[in-house]
Design a binder for this molecule. Structure first.
Ligand code: NAD
Length: 361
């Protein structure tokens, strides 16, 4: 058996304390079922409760602990749960801090139809590859200080950052992913109004397309892509784009194939990866046992596959594959949460996933 992976677990805000333990339970069962080494879980505080008790959303002493882990399973952040003093302070939102500090530059967000899940469209199987460390999200793109500032009380300026290095590596991630899929990369940009920033995206993607003549590259403006994704989402395979555009389009594609609550998301760099579902803290349903755990469960499955590939550990990869397959079978059999038109709660769906893993291992 391979060495045990050390994985930090931070539940976060809103529905986080409901869905993160659910995902962890599914992961533990899948690892046993695949005869993989169990994880060494490291529980760490993060979120509004951590701020209330310890004065920080992520206590500073935890950064060294996080750096000693192989990966992290993380719940959502809820801006509204923090007092104004926190918003006025120096801390970035946890997601931004973790992605920036540990250089988790590739945010991989797949959306595909699953049998048994009612959806607006069918036949969709695509992945959004979102640049995660700069772009139009001003809180992501400064070494120190804020990328937003107000020279007067009536004027707000916000900084966008686009570097050739970051663009080259996210485009490379997209081409590598496409090579293992349907060999089609679509760049989403806005070069008509930001020709310099998105000119870099176009140049780097075209250079990679020259190096990979077997991979098709096309490109669309961000606004028209919103229409194309509704009209003919089946036409897309791997979509690469900057931070804000990727965040926006992935909510759209998640909802197209079912609901945002089942949208998975892996934040990966060269050294670390973090599973954190695409959705937010869902304050409207928090604490009621209604949250759909599938987004974070599939994010965790992607994390297992990433760890397995990186550590050359076939059993951990197989555990991730087993979770993916169990999600398909449970949904097809009709166990669905309310956001997917069903009546199951978080616990019932998690129980069904665990039972499915036990039945098939
Ligand atoms: P949201 O994603 O939390 O919720 C949007 C809608 O989707 C709501 O109706 C919610 O009930 C539903 N939903 C989301 N996840 C669900 C799940 N797992 N199961 C069932 N339904 C689910 O977006 P919002 O309401 O705009 O944002 C709430 C908070 O989340 C904000 O403070 C925002 O900043 C934060 N947020 C955090 C992250 C993150 O930490 N990664 C991402 C997005 C938003």
């Amino acid at each position: 058996m391979a060495d045990r992976f050390r994985v930090a677990c931070m539940v976060g805000d809103g529905i986080g304390p409901e869905i993160v333990p659910a995902a962890r339970r599914v992961v533990d069962h899948a690892l046993v079922g695949a005869s993989a080494a169990p994880f060494d879980w490291v529980d760490l505080p993060m979120g509004a409760e951590a701020f209330a008790q310890l004065g920080y959303a992520i206590p500073p002493e935890n950064y060294d602990v996080l750096a000693e882990c192989d990966a992290w399973l993380v719940g959502p952040h809820d801006s509204a749960s923090y007092p104004q003093t926190w918003h006025d302070g120096p801390e970035r939102v946890p997601g931004a801090e973790l992605r920036g500090r540990y250089d988790l530059y590739a945010n991989i967000r797949p959306s595909r139809n699953r049998a048994g899940v009612p959806s607006i469209v069918s036949g969709v199987d695509l992945v959004i590859v979102r640049e995660n460390t700069e772009g139009l999200y001003s809180d992501r793109n400064m070494y120190t200080g804020s990328g937003e500032f107000m020279p007067t009380e009536d004027v707000a300026l916000t900084v966008g950052l686009f570097t050739r290095r970051a663009i080259r590596r996210i485009a490379t991630a997209a081409f590598e992913l496409a090579a293992a899929r349907r060999r089609h990369v679509t760049l989403v940009h806005k070069s008509n109004v930001m020709p310099k920033a998105f000119g870099l995206f176009l140049e780097e993607c075209r250079a990679l397309a020259d190096e990979h003549p077997d991979i098709e590259l096309d490109d669309f403006l961000f606004d028209s892509m919103a229409a194309h994704l509704i009209r003919r989402p089946q036409a897309f395979d791997v979509i690469v784009t900057e931070n804000l555009f990727g965040d926006t389009l992935s909510d759209l594609t998640g909802e197209l194939v079912g609901a945002l609550g089942m949208s998975a998301s892996l934040n990966a760099g060269d050294r670390y990866a973090m599973a954190q579902a695409a959705h937010g803290s869902a304050p409207d349903i928090a604490g009621q046992g209604l949250a759909n755990p599938i987004g974070i469960v599939v994010s965790a499955a992607m994390l297992l596959q990433w760890l397995g590939r990186r550590g050359d550990d076939a059993a951990t990869t197989a555990a991730g594959d087993a979770i993916e397959a169990a999600v398909d079978r449970v949904l097809e059999a009709g166990t669905r949460t309310r956001d997917l038109g069903g009546s199951a709660g978080t616990a019932e769906l998690t129980d069904a996933l665990v039972a499915e893993l036990a039945a098939t291992s």
